[in-house]
Design a protein around this ligand. Structure first.
Ligand SMILES: [Zn+2]
Ligand SMILES: [Zn+2]
Length: 256
């Protein structure tokens, strides 16, 4: 009996993978990807965004390398980064936080539509590949406090990082960083108090982080959350931390 039970346990992962793989292809066959924005066919096998709508997303083409803040011309640092450095070493957000990303991110965070993370993570991954090989060893999604994650049912940053990692081949580190305090939702606070709200909110597990990582989030705004997490990751041994997000809020200069 024990032998049988061990054999069953041993074969289950394969069996599960096969069943899951087959059911996934069946689902994709029955429900081909459809663009969420224009209802044209999506991009096979499962991206619910057509190529034209992906190309039409508002690009953050000229951005400060320090904080991803949109700039009038490429090449310069923004006035804030010229005066004061962030705890993270560089930032990348390929899109501006405008229509339709505002709506998509809102539906992901507050509407329970976790499937939208595949779109956001994939388009982030595509733009990262366009820049060249990602210069980090791993992705670290911004952790939610366990109470908020339980309430939402998932961490949207983790879901985005999962798909960006699939596209780029960069592994995602789960649970190496923890949110120790349940902070107020940053989006609900004025820029001036966001830094205080999130200060000291994170801890990272020393010895569990590689030398270079990228923090992944849905939106980069003042950079306060990314700074607090970058400080924790550096305390834990990271030497280089980048801050990556799908979209950069416009008109919210990064501040230290
Ligand atoms: Zn479309
Ligand atoms: Zn800047």
């Amino acid at each position: 009996m024990a032998q049988y039970s061990n054999a069953l346990k041993a074969c289950q992962p394969n069996l599960l993978r096969q069943v899951y793989g087959k059911s996934k292809s069946l689902i994709h066959g029955l429900f081909p990807a459809t663009c969420l924005l224009c209802l044209d066919p999506g991009q096979p096998p499962a991206l619910d965004l057509c190529r034209e709508c992906e190309d039409d997303l508002p690009r953050n083409a000229a951005a400060c390398a320090g904080c991803a803040s949109p700039l009038p011309r490429p090449g310069a640092a923004c006035v804030h980064c010229a005066l004061q450095r962030h705890a993270f070493d560089a930032a990348f957000a390929p899109f501006r936080y405008e229509f339709p990303l505002v709506e998509l991110i809102h539906r992901l965070k507050y509407g329970g539509q976790v499937a939208i993370a595949r779109i956001l993570g994939t388009v982030l991954g595509h733009r990262l590949l366009e820049r060249g090989a990602p210069p980090v060893d791993a992705l670290v999604p911004v952790p939610l406090h366990p109470a908020r994650e339980a309430q939402r049912g998932y961490n949207q940053a983790w879901e985005i990082a999962r798909f960006a990692g699939q596209v780029t081949g960069v592994p995602v580190l789960d649970r190496v960083a923890l949110r120790m305090r349940a902070t107020e939702e940053q989006a609900a606070l004025p820029a001036s108090v966001r830094r205080v709200n999130v200060r000291g909110a994170f801890e990272a597990l020393a010895g569990c982080v590689p030398p270079a990582v990228a923090i992944v989030d849905d939106v980069l705004t003042t950079g306060a959350t990314a700074d607090a997490l970058a400080e924790a990751l550096k305390r834990a041994g990271c030497r280089r931390v980048e801050a990556w997000a799908v979209a950069r809020a416009v008109g919210e200069p990064a501040q230290r």
